[in-house]
Ligand binder design. Sequence first.
Ligand code: NAD
Length: 331
Amino acid sequence: MDDAYKAEGARIGSDAAETAKGADVVFKVRVPEVAEVAALPDGVALITLMDPFAIEPGLLDALNAKKIAALSMEFTPRISRAQSMDALSSQSNLAGYRAVIEGAQIYGRAMPMMMTAAGTIAPAKVFIMGVGVAGLQAIATARRLGAVVTATDVRPAAKEQVASLGAKFIAVEDEEFKAAETAGGYAKQMSPEYQAKQAELTASHITKQDIVITTALIPGRAAPVLVTEAMVKTMKPGSVIVDMAVSQGGNCPLSKSDEIVDVGGVKLAGFSNLPARLPADASSLFAKNLLAFLPLVTAETGALNLDTDDEIVTAMLLTRNGETVNDRVKS
Ligand code: NAD
């Protein structure tokens, strides 16, 4: 594998400190540990997934001590110009696809309707809860496999998108629903009253489903509980729930990270890192996301030149010149 990198002109360092020596910009995949920050040169621009809502104060201190400009990829704004940089989207898209493939595998029965001389096999019923980037790809994948697909979300914009993919939209469409999208395109936290109405609707629908894929997230908060223990117990043995929100607390309280839990024959699968199950595609898209940032942090000569007037940079910057500069992570 190293040879493939060398063939493209990369130098392979012996360790992190040696690799980063002399760098102006450091790209990473995951949030660095405090000890890793010590290996970075002073004053570099660091671009990576920073897990900003769970960041340790000690990490911010370590970054500030080295005057590192840390840019959090999770805060890439949802504007057209930043789409090529949006790693949450590129990875969610792959995760949504893979969730259906994993779900179908665990289900272990045919997905499409099959009319044969020996009888008819009914199509699998797939219900997608949360129709962001992952949910839309999950709908498209389940449809391609021949399933009958329904989907729900709290954002009204999702309704048309669901219909355009040939799935049926199911939701409590009250006044709160009509105002449930933030200016940034994310879902708002819904009221307990809305959640109760939503749970009633979900409860009657979910009993008839073969595969349920849950993707519902709210930035900076625990994932909403959408599938209760009581609902799981009404599902048919052999049916499957894939909880894509398991790392953020789960959309079902029974799901466990990287385990398949059996509840009366219903299988609950919680994959903490679905993109890692498509490693070549995940790496290729992530690398292209990173590359798209270069013009924002370097001059044409290649030297470090952080464009702090650019709204993409200001949205993503956590630390700079020894200070924490982002209100979303200041405690
Ligand atoms: P996300 O990962 O934050 O959440 C997944 C989905 O869960 C969202 O659709 C959300 O509305 C939904 N959800 C939250 N609470 C719910 C509940 N109680 N019940 C049901 N569903 C619930 O979402 P995302 O994938 O980041 O996408 C959010 C939106 O941003 C989408 O409309 C997406 O198309 C849009 N987007 C825009 C850009 C861009 O313009 N550059 C880039 C990426 C995504």
